[in-house]
Design a protein around this ligand. Structure first.
Ligand code: GLC
Length: 693
């Protein structure tokens, strides 16, 4: 059951698709909010919602965020921010995912539908206190109740609409790097993978492919005859995925800039002139993604690349990231001159340092420009968290027209709930740190709760220098995430698998992904179609188990499987908690795995650097293929079944053509029944030859 409460004059975010849940439809009195006490919130004032948490209450949710699966014990901000140092002390990342569930003494879900900054203090100021602060401006609050957390998530997901579904090839492995400067650089990446037998489906094109970082251009010197290059890659079964940035370079003669100016599609300041910010291309204007017309215009621009054969994109810098606001920059230079004319003492030295360090993503800059939103002029900070969402929506809506019927890969850095209908997210600029492997795992359930199913982290880490063991361990988690991409920053150590010695380990681990593809794709599609989660905290499946509720480093992946990746340097195993008896498959490759039945309880399980641990639940089956060098080559006619059958297991395998937008879920299902005596029966779309392993 979901109740809706309207505070002040909220702006429609279109997070909800269920018309009963949108502003303007009947709502309860704000004074009668259950669970939470409300104070403040009148015109120009923040609204504060508080709750006394029970000692054992757990908080799940908040999507892309730092810290654990249980969000209790820290303070989080929804304020989409570009900051590449995701340390424990951070409060905000790139996303604003304002949905969470309290599970404990009482059980309820909260969605704060507010596009402005919101702070969630879950036991920071006061260990047992919850305090949500919504910055001035109206908002809509939804309170959910339900039998159990998983059902509540489903109800929420029904209200926000079906999650984005990418093409099937986007479940393959992708190699990326900021610094592939030419078509030849990309050819080399492909060659290394193909020659060494390491599967690959996509290569990502970072800002280097553009002509001086201008959106919807291709550098003709470094990428000559681009359509031909795209075709050449397609013949190699490689999809090229270019990046699109939010800021449009200010340059006479550049059509995107000129059209945007002519039509008045860029964000403007109070005085009606265009706001100027600095990003990769230098001085840019920001398309007004909240203005329907501008959005439509920007979306159509993707045709420049679609027409050349491109079928996937990643949207970046769309918080929007600001290296500087030009007006402030002028002010900074003036002040620096003053500093230059004096002897720097303790005060002035730090004053100067902070002045320079603080020029990016300034709150004050975000307060100086405006959007045309549904016929009203709205200051940016009031709708800050909707910018990346609407950039991705621009693309998503355009794809429906430009490529009707076809799925196009799309994921974004900044996001808000609602964007999950148009694209996935990657979790931004992490680092090559062991702690970020764990953080990657811990974010997944929260992201799924908020509708983001197509998601993954920069495997190996974006910033800092990777080591071979870290990359391998991270890939061992990445083989389960829908988006499986190795990406790194320009000045860091190269981190393609072939920079390291043990090619066979990489071939085997990445190969496992292609083996698992039938299962990963099926579980993803089930989660998308039924509004379920693909990655669940153990407690969502074992709600009565107190120990399960404390597990922060294992996840259920779909119905059949539990994963427990190794995320510590030099570890050759790890402790694992089993809520019930399970069968462990210790996998080294598609042809080399051993198995062992483990009783419920705590275990120390060995896992060498090249070994992946998969735990199969009782009466469950995990279908695996024989692998392939790319998704297209995965043969669905011969399947190996991981299994732990005590009486009978039924597995629902989903398959389709991988590109059609229209999903006929029932038609795509193949039911594989395995009996305790080993007999196997299949019925449905496919008729695979199955073999128990
Ligand atoms: C941002 C992105 C990163 C990309 C870089 C250059 O930092 O998050 O993925 O490589 O910009 O485009």
């Amino acid at each position: 059951m979901m109740k809706k409460f309207v505070f002040g004059n909220p702006l429609e975010t279109e997070a909800m698709t269920d018309s009963r849940a949108t502003p303007g439809s009947p709502a309860e009195e704000a004074g009668s909010v259950p669970y939470l006490s409300v104070s403040g919130g009148s015109e120009g004032e923040s609204c504060v919602l508080t709750y006394d948490m029970g000692e054992r209450d757990i908080i799940y949710g908040l999507g892309e965020n730092v810290r654990g699966i249980n969000k209790r014990g820290w303070i989080y901000e929804s304020n989409c921010t570009d900051d590449p140092l995701h340390t424990e002390t951070r409060r905000e990342l790139y996303a604003a995912h304002n949905f969470f569930i309290v599970d404990g003494r009482e059980r309820f879900g909260v969605f704060v539908d507010a596009p402005q900054k919101v702070t969630f203090d879950f036991g920071y100021e006061n260990r047992d206190g919850m305090k949500i602060t919504v910055s001035p401006g109206g908002f809509v609050l939804y309170i959910l109740e339900g039998e159990n957390v998983r059902e509540m998530v489903k109800e929420f997901r029904r209200a926000i609409g079906r999650s984005y579904i990418p093409p099937r090839w986007a479940f393959g492995y992708g190699q990326s790097r900021w610094g592939y400067l030419s078509a030849d650089d990309i050819r080399q990446v492909v060659r290394e993978h193909r020659e060494k037998g390491v599967p690959l489906d996509s290569v990502y094109m970072d800002i280097d492919y553009m002509e001086r970082y201008k959106d919807f251009t291709v550098n003709e010197e470094t990428f000559p005859d681009f359509p031909r290059f795209v075709r050449e890659m397609k013949e190699e079964k490689i999809h090229l995925v270019p990046i699109i940035d939010a800021g449009v370079k200010i340059e006479e003669g550049y059509p995107v800039y000129e059209e945007g100016m002519k039509e008045g599609y860029f964000c403007k300041k109070e005085d009606g002139t265009e706001f100027v910010g600095g990003v990769w291309p230098g001085r840019v204007h920001f398309p007004d993604m909240l203005n329907e017309k501008a959005r439509e215009w920007f979306g159509q621009k993707y045709s420049f690349l679609l027409d050349q054969g491109i079928d996937g994109f990643w949207n970046d810098m769309n918080e929007p990231a600001l290296f500087y606001g030009e007006d402030n920059l002028d002010e900074v230079f003036r002040k620096l001159e003053d500093y230059g004319n004096q002897e720097l003492d303790i005060k002035s030295f730090f004053g100067m340092k902070n002045l320079v360090l603080g020029i990016a993503n300034r709150k004050e800059d975000y307060e100086t420009f405006y959007h045309q939103y549904r016929g009203e002029r709205v200051r940016h900070d009031r709708v800050h968290n909707l910018y990346g969402y609407n950039m991705t929506r621009a693309a998503g809506e355009a794809f429906e027209k430009l490529k009707p019927g076809e799925r196009i890969l799309m994921f974004s850095r900044a996001s808000y709930i609602g964007m999950h209908r148009y694209g996935g997210v990657w979790t931004g600029d992490n680092c090559s740190w062991w702690s970020h492997v764990l953080m990657n795992l811990q974010m997944l359930p929260g992201l799924n709760m908020c509708g983001f199913l197509y998601t993954g982290a920069d495997l190996g880490g974006f910033g800092a220098n990777v080591t071979e063991d870290l990359l391998l361990r991270w890939l061992e988690l990445g083989i389960f995430t829908p988006l499986m991409r190795n990406h790194s920053a320009r000045t860091t150590r190269r981190q393609e698998f072939y920079q390291f010695g043990h090619t066979e380990d990489f071939r085997n681990v990445i190969g496992l992904r292609y083996g698992l593809l039938p299962y990963i794709y099926s579980e993803f599609m089930k989660a998308a179609v039924t509004g379920d989660m693909m990655f669940l905290p153990l407690a969502f499946l074992y709600p009565e188990d107190r120990s399960a509720a404390e597990v922060e480093d294992q996840l259920m992946v779909g119905e059949a499987m539990m994963i427990a990746p190794v995320y510590r340097q030099n570890a050759r195993g790890r402790y694992v908690y089993l809520p019930e008896e399970m069968k462990l498959y210790r996998m080294r490759s598609l042809d080399s795995m051993d198995q062992e039945i483990l009783p419920a309880g705590h275990h120390y399980v060995r896992a060498e650097l090249n070994e992946v641990l998969v735990f199969v639940r009782p009466d469950q089956v995990v279908p695996m293929s024989q692998g392939g060098c790319c998704v297209e080559e995965v043969d669905m006619s011969r399947l190996n079944l991981l299994h732990f059958v005590k009486t009978e297991a039924v597995c629902e395998l989903y398959h389709d053509d991988g590109v059609s937008r229209k999903i006929d879920f029932e038609k795509g299902i193949t039911r594989i029944t395995v009996k305790a005596d080993g007999t196997i029966k299949t019925e449905g779309m496919l008729d695979p030859e199955c073999c128990l392993v």
